[in-house]
Design a protein around this ligand. Structure first.
Ligand code: SF4
Length: 1022
């Protein structure tokens, strides 16, 4: 049976807390936009075919959300793929998949726009359409159904998913998103039939409408290729859209304050495209030319984003950040500004080779666990084949620099299955790792660890890359090479080998180079249960096997070598590359010939970091005439302008780049919806260079939490910059914070209701400092090398437990009088996610005890629907209360992480009685409505532990569970009504309770031992 609704009026309210991470579906974040549907012309649902935690980090999604919501004519809401438990609930209950903002089903929108990042999310698109009430196939959609569009990198090879989509936006999505939405809704209002509307959309350009093109079987390959348009006036081939990034500044706000996203920081796109030309990297090909955002605009966006989000970490993101022309002065400028705000700066995709000792010193402060680099191939010959301009000497030098600074671990990413690969290349992967470990051991010094992890994935040839014609290794060949790696690594104790499950890669390869018949395979597999195929623990290979067999679609043709002259299933999509460019690069690869980076001076792998040098160097910039037709004069002038604007006139200490001989980083991660790059995917990567979508965050990535080299804020108190705006000297900024606590201490009381009651405790702990930053109140930080806001929370609550009485003690830099404190409390509520409300604050003196010394107990209301109790509910509950209070012990089994222990609830239970009018009115404040009956309980909270409200509910009205000692609580909702101190000893019902704001009483218990469970016990405590 369901619990009482937590989100009144929400279709999922009654069961949300029965699913994993329920806040994924609740919305209400700061920065989420809920517009009046009647006030706009077009309503767009931005749909991301993976879970919230992954989709929330996606830059393209953020761009379109802001763009569409800033436009008074349009609105955008969000929807993410429901995790499998949520899907099961929706199916069981016959409920639709709804958007986060207005809780409307997908079918209600005018436009449903999917982000296509990765082939292995296709089955989730079908789930979302089906649950959203939208017919699966485009041909099955009626006049009133929404238009289903998609954009992103895999939209450039869309045939396997094409029958499920009405249209695909090719290239940058900024202009097309609004254009398509408005045109579609206007024509619909005018009564134009659906097919004619689609023709009009196709005529916009850069939009591919699959149903308007004929296909044929290519006799050479057996592929079904797109042959010709079926109506006049629509493009063929379909050219991509390309926007001037500076006309679309990166958004300075996006929803924040929900469950933790995989990349939990404010990421700012600083450039799109890449100059490095790694031959396996699709993003590096389809987003050409490199387009850099105006650095002044970036700096301003960063500062506004910090203020609006409250995040304490900002990341500058591009496919290869180190190759953005003004990256060094830009980082310097941003750091100067962020320094004052105590914000860390992360810079993704730094170059691993030639990393400055200075930068490594800074990295060491925040990356205690190790660094990650991506040489990609194990021999120089193979690195030349993939156009990864990196020498082993440079890699070993990096290893020395890393290990000599005290890191004990380093991770290296490689691929197997690259074209022309031999067993020597495969063995070379392990041997390179071993040599790096050896160099590291020598540099680290005697007895110090120098372990290298070699992580090896399987190359997937991607369309629109020079390797698009190359064969993908068969599963058996991958298995053989993986065994060869295992045999080779055996003698090297300092090298740990990690290989990746290859079945998913093969499926990715099939769908990457696939044609339309694969749509039948996809639908069959989806109907058989295929979901979240990029998650190692979710992919169902037998289901896919059956789907291929059932449909009679063979796999071999998608995986073998393709003739360079063949017509390919993605040839009708024009990403801007000249005919012959990719083939030429492929031929160079097969001859192990490099193509040094384009857009740079010949022979240079890094840009000039100051105007003097850049102006003096008049040598030509490298260009291979790839087809996108860069204006080299403009490119050079723009770079000079950017250096000028950043004040980088004279040669000075470079922040990021090393010697001019430093090699280039490869292109890296997946690209964003409609164009911009996604967050880099790998943790702590000083260089994050892997093939496009292959690097998208996915299940099984070992270290997904942090993907960047982070430059932390200075540890000492924020100081204004010296005259002239120069940053303080680096050594000074790196110093640890002074010992001792400064500032002024306050106790805040707050409530957690609605969506915030569905947030985990750690999510709330993360959110509170952000609230304070959003209101511009400087906090005091702890001492040490990793300063954190100085704050202490009351004991954690279980997920779904509402609270009307939570506390946090925190230190602020300002001395606030009561009026200013009241104003701060009000502004904090206004800057919080829905359901987090601050109700008061008091200033604490140095003698006032901490929360953990004061909190002695809690009062809860255990709330039941009267119908669930039956009969005379009050009398029945009163009898049960009386029974439990007269029991000598009330044992219950508690399981945490599959470990069970018995807890005697009676030891903690002080009082239990049917709640009166005061309790019922509190329930209304907590958002609980209906014919309710409540039991009010009082429990002790001790330093040694506490009891959960669900355990009390179980012993009062639960049913015996299956395991010995287990009792299943009845469907109920718990509300923490009060946390209090107690003047008398714990366990005494007569002990007088006092408010945690009653500082006079609180001071009298100053000498008592710590009473409340520490945060370490938080998950166990309520
Ligand atoms: S046109 Fe030349 S400089 Fe521009 S992306 Fe192509 S190869 Fe590079």
């Amino acid at each position: 049976m369901d619990s009482l609704p937590l989100l009144a009026g929400h279709p999922y309210a009654s069961f949300l807390d029965q699913v994993e991470k329920p806040a994924r579906y609740a919305g209400g974040e700061v920065g989420s936009v809920v517009k009046d549907w009647a006030s706009v012309e077009a309503r767009v649902c931005l749909a991301f075919p993976d879970v919230y935690d992954i989709g929330m980090s996606h830059l393209g999604f953020k761009i379109l959300y802001k763009l569409l919501n800033d436009d008074p004519r349009t609105l955008a809401e969000r929807c993410y793929a429901p995790w499998v438990d949520m899907e099961a609930q929706l199916v069981k209950r016959g409920l639709p998949l709804v958007s986060l903002e207005s809780a409307r089903p997908l079918r209600d929108f005018d436009v449903v726009g999917f982000s296509l990042q990765f082939e292995l999310t296709y089955s989730n698109i079908l789930t979302m359409l089906h649950l959203g009430g939208v017919p699966l196939r485009a041909e099955g959609r009626g006049e009133d159904d929404p238009i289903v569009i998609a954009g992103g990198p895999t939209a450039t090879h869309p045939e396997p998913i094409a029958p499920f989509l009405d249209a695909l936006v090719i290239g940058d999505g900024e202009e097309k998103a609004t254009e398509v939405a408005l045109l579609w809704t206007r024509l619909k209002r005018e009564g134009v039939p659906r097919r004619e509307r689609l023709v009009a959309i196709a005529r916009l350009g850069a939009v591919y409408v699959p149903s308007l093109y004929a296909t044929r079987i290519d006799p050479g390959t057996g592929f079904e290729v797109v042959d010709r348009p079926l109506v006049s006036g629509i493009p063929f081939p379909i050219e991509r859209a390309l926007v001037d990034l500076n006309k679309y500044p990166f958004p300075d706000e996006s929803p924040t304050g929900g469950p933790e996203a995989i990349f939990d920081r404010m990421s700012i796109e600083i450039a799109r495209g890449c100059t490095e030309g790694c031959r396996f990297c699709q993003a590096g090909m389809i987003y050409r030319p490199v387009r850099e955002r105006d650095p002044e605009q970036i700096v301003e966006t960063v500062m506004r984003a910090v203020q609006k989000s409250g995040q304490d970490e900002v990341s500058l993101t591009a496919l290869s950040t180190a190759d953005v022309s003004c990256i060094s002065p830009l980082v310097k400028k941003v750091t100067e500004r962020l320094t004052r705000e105590r914000i860390s700066l992360g810079v993704s995709s730094l170059r691993a080779y030639g990393l400055e000792p200075d930068l490594l010193d800074e990295l060491k402060r925040v990356r205690a666990t190790g660094l990650t680099f991506a040489p990609e191939a194990g021999t120089q010959r193979m690195r030349d084949v993939v156009n990864k301009n990196v020498t082993e000497e440079q890699l070993l030098e990096t290893a020395e620099r890393v290990f000599s600074r005290g890191w004990g671990k380093m991770k290296l990413y490689f691929m197997i299955g690259l074209p022309t690969e031999t067993d020597e290349d495969v063995r070379g992967i392990v041997e390179t790792g071993a040599r790096a470990a050896g160099a590291g051991r020598r540099a680290a010094g005697k007895g110090k660890p120098a372990d290298v992890t070699v992580s090896v994935s399987t190359h997937v040839p991607k369309p629109h890359t020079p390797f698009q014609w190359a064969a993908m290794d068969t599963l058996s060949e991958v298995g053989r090479k993986q065994q060869l790696l295992k045999d080779t690594v055996r003698p090297y104790r300092a090298v740990t080998l990690k290989t990746h499950e290859a079945n998913a890669s093969v499926l990715e390869g099939i769908f990457a180079r696939g044609d339309r018949p694969l749509a039948d395979v996809l639908e069959r597999a989806w109907r058989g249960g295929a979901r979240f195929d990029s998650w190692d623990d979710q992919i169902k290979l037998s289901v896919w096997e059956e789907a291929f067999t059932h449909t009679g679609v063979g796999r071999a043709k998608y995986l073998g070598t393709l003739p360079v002259t063949a017509r390919l299933p993605w040839d009708h999509i024009d990403v801007g590359l000249e005919d012959g460019f990719l083939a030429k690069e492929y031929r160079k690869a097969l001859q192990s010939r490099l193509s040094p980076p384009c857009g740079k001076v010949a022979g240079m792998f890094v840009h000039h970091t100051n105007l003097d040098d850049a102006t003096a160097d008049t040598r030509r910039l490298v260009c291979y005439d790839c087809g996108v037709a860069c204006d080299m004069t403009l490119m050079r002038d723009e770079r000079l302008t950017f250096l000028d604007r950043l004040g980088a006139h004279k040669r000075s200490l470079p922040v990021l780049t090393d010697a001019a001989a430093a090699p280039p980083a490869g292109a890296a991660p997946s690209a964003a919806d409609g164009g911009p790059p996604a967050e880099p995917a790998r943790a702590g990567d000083a260089e994050l260079s892997r093939a496009g979508a292959d690097d998208a965050p996915r299940a099984g990535d070992e270290d997904p939490a942090r993907a960047e080299a982070a430059v932390p804020p200075p540890a000492e108190a924020a100081a204004p910059p010296p005259a002239g705006g120069e940053a303080p000297p680096r050594a000074k900024r790196n110093a640890p914070a002074p010992k001792g606590r400064g500032g002024f201490r306050y106790r805040f009381r707050f409530e957690k209701t609605g969506p915030v009651a569905l947030l985990g405790h750690l999510d709330v702990v993360r959110e509170l400092p952000r609230v304070i930053r959003r209101v511009g109140m400087p906090m005091t930080y702890t001492a040490g090398f990793h300063p954190k806001p100085d704050m202490t929370f009351s004991p954690a609550l279980s997920l779904g437990v509402i609270s009307l009485d939570e506390y946090v003690d925190l230190r602020l830099e300002r001395d606030l009088d009561p009026a200013a404190l009241d104003a701060l409390v009000a502004s904090m509520s206004a800057a919080s996610p829905r359901g987090l409300a601050f109700r008061g604050a008091v200033k604490l003196g140095p003698e006032d005890p901490a929360l953990s010394k004061l909190i002695a107990g809690a009062r809860y209301a255990l709330v039941f629907a009267r119908s669930a109790i039956g009969g005379d509910a009050e009398a029945s509950l009163a009898a049960r209360c009386s029974a439990v209070l007269s029991a000598a012990s009330l044992p219950i089994r508690r399981e945490i992480d599959r470990l069970a222990k018995m807890v005697d609830v009676r030891q903690y239970l002080v009082r239990a009685e049917v709640g009166g009018p005061e309790v019922l009115s509190a329930l209304a404040r907590a958002g609980l409505v209906g014919d309710l009956v409540a039991v009010e309980v009082e429990v002790d909270i001790r330093g040694s532990g506490a009891v959960k409200s669900s355990e009390v509910a179980a012993v009062i009205a639960g049913e015996p569970g299956e395991a010995p000692g287990a009792i299943t609580p009845p469907p109920h909702r718990a509300v923490r009504l009060q946390l209090f101190g107690r003047a008398a000893p714990a366990g005494s019902a007569a002990g007088e309770r006092f408010s945690l704001f009653d500082l006079d009483r609180a001071r009298r218990v100053k000498s008592a031992p710590e009473r409340a469970p520490s945060l370490a016990l938080a998950a166990d405590a309520e």
